[in-house]
Design a protein around this ligand. Structure first.
Ligand SMILES: NC(=O)c1ccc[n+]([C@@H]2O[C@H](COP(=O)([O-])OP(=O)(O)OC[C@H]3O[C@@H](n4cnc5c(N)ncnc54)[C@H](O)[C@@H]3O)[C@@H](O)[C@H]2O)c1
Length: 319
């Protein structure tokens, strides 16, 4: 298949890219290498993959319609995997307009350019954040989602709604995947597991918002890749599908796992809870198991030590 992969230089995108290449797909990576975190990290993420003649790089911004039209119209891929987005919850509170532009208009640009180029198949990266303050656990795709509490979540929900509309209007084949707190090698430096590992190693205090009891369903990146790649294999119509580990871990337990992996204690800097943060995420993955044959394999007890080993060999001396 010829695939356009947006956000392909990022954390999840670069892992998806490698898996697609291993499966002998041809991939156009669309990424703007913005400075949300060090763009050199992103360049390194894909340096090896770019040596493969099956990969092309289209450097630019998904919120620029002319650019997106050009790449998609010029490539006419079999499908688009749309991962490019502004991905942080807290920064979205500070700059909601940027999130609106990239995550909503950017997604609309992808959908509209796909329609114009006759591309029918799209996989869209959504998020567990759309469940917001949902109290029913585990979170299921049929739960009502009227409790979004951050601009980030609202923009992803808008992205899902646009995908649904394009399915309805133009018969496109679209899957929106709701990822649950993804971690692993090449992780985003702003995310808790990465940030804590970095600070503990530097003897710096780690900011813990709330009392440490907030729970997340942490998902190892290889498991997410398995789910994303499964969407390339058949038609779905329109589906929203959770991708998580279906196991929750408290922030305190995550810190304990990092401490054990590093052989070093954290200095805790206790902070008030942050507006926009949700108290708990927990994925019901029965739909992913049914439709994608999804079987997450790496629990946090294995995944966090693997991440820490990667961090120590790759990033500790560079970041
Ligand atoms: N990491 C997680 O825990 C998580 C959880 C839920 C959903 N997601 C979603 O998964 C996707 C990938 O997230 P990630 O964690 O790999 O983040 P990331 O920031 O590492 O990757 C996103 C990539 O998109 C690119 N990008 C951002 N804005 C762009 C723009 N305007 N034009 C072109 N490229 C742009 C970035 O340069 C980056 O390489 C995002 O859509 C994110 O919202 C991630």
């Amino acid at each position: 298949m010829q695939i356009v992969l947006t956000g392909g230089a990022g954390f999840i995108g670069s892992h998806v890219l490698e898996r697609l290449l291993a499966l002998e797909h041809r991939v156009v990576v669309m990424d703007d290498f913005n400075t949300y975190y060090d763009p050199q990290f992103k360049r390194r993420n894909i340096a090896q993959a770019l040596k493969n003649p099956a990969v092309q790089l289209a450097e630019g911004d998904v919120s620029n319609l002319a650019f997106v039209k050009d790449v998609i119209g010029g490539t006419r891929p079999d499908m688009i995997i749309h991962l490019a987005a502004r991905a942080g919850v807290r920064p979205s509170v500070k700059d909601p307009f940027l999130y609106q532009r990239v995550n909503v208009e950017g997604t609309l640009n992808i959908l509209e350019s796909a329609r114009m180029a006759g591309v029918r198949k799209i996989t869209f990266a959504s998020t567990s954040s759309v469940y917001g303050l949902n109290t029913k656990v585990p979170f299921s795709e049929t739960d009502p989602i009227f409790h979004t509490i951050s601009p980030y979540a609202a923009t992803k929900l808008a992205g899902e709604a646009l995908c649904r509309a394009y399915r309805h209007l133009h018969g496109m084949d679209i899957v929106a995947l709701r990822f649950f707190s993804v971690y692993g090698p090449r992780g985003r430096p702003d995310m808790a597991i990465y940030h804590f590992t970095e600070r503990i190693l530097r003897n710096l205090p780690i900011p813990v918002y709330g009392d440490g009891s907030a729970e997340r369903d942490y998902t190892y990146v290889d498991d997410i890749v398995q789910g994303v790649v499964a969407t390339t294999r058949r038609e779905f119509g329109f589906e929203i599908i959770n991708l998580g580990e279906s196991q929750t871990t408290s922030l305190s337990d995550v810190i304990a796992l990092i401490e054990r992996s590093l052989g070093k204690k954290a200095k805790i800097d206790r902070q008030p809870e942050q507006p926009g943060d949700v108290p708990r995420t927990f994925a019901d993955i029965s739909k992913a198991q049914r439709l994608l044959d999804y079987q997450p394999r790496t629990k946090v007890g294995v995944g966090i030590p693997k991440f820490v080993t990667w961090y120590q060999s790759e990033r500790a001396n560079r970041s």
